[in-house]
Design a protein around this ligand. Sequence first.
Ligand code: ZN
Length: 253
Amino acid sequence: MKLKVLGCYGGNIPGHGMTSLLINDTLALDAGWVSEALSLKEQEKVKNILISHSHLDHTCTLPFLIDNNFSAPGFSLKIYAIPEVVASMRAHLFNNHTWPDFTCLPNDLTPVLKLIEIAPEHPFTINGLTIRAVKVSHIVPTAGYIVEDKDTAIAFSSDTGPTHRFWELVNGVKNLKAVITETSFPNELQDLAHVSGHLTPATLDAELRKLKKDVPIYLYGGKPKHLKTIRRQLRALKRKKLHMLVQGKTYKF
Ligand SMILES: [Zn+2]
């Protein structure tokens, strides 16, 4: 499984602060930085997007991805999310005010955009990948995703504070090769992390004790002003398989 980091955490280069990963060139995991990170040709290959939650740093390039490709022959995009997130995107994003409702364009019968509700923990397939959404603990309804092919699996928690079910399911994944999760704030801002549903290095450490598999952990989400402190506090955890995701890098699992 090939995973390219389109956007991962705060900083001074384009795409930092936005969250988006691309699997096998065709399936995006969140859309904080898709249209900006990919050429027009590359964007045309992205036919399916899993959205974890409605926050802008995970959705904000959806309108431009559709706009850039709307008139390309045969273009269509499927966006998958749990029902609460689909409802939020309908009400607040594709509502004809913030952006046109592309689920009715060019007409109701053959729209370029389909918003597809998925039930948490019910597997479904896209391009040979088996996918499960699992609810995590953020301030709005949010799902992480477990993505599996026949010999590899990765798990992405998306934005979350301390959570339970995600780790329970991840521990049961046979071919798990990596977990991608977040660390947004340094330990000094634990209160802020708590009210906003995010992790610090300290709460990440507690979360990782729930993981029973010895796999690499990749992090995203560090707020730009605190990246140095977060990195230092992560190093102090002395966990050998803990890494920050690298913007623009392609990982093979
Ligand atoms: Zn969020």
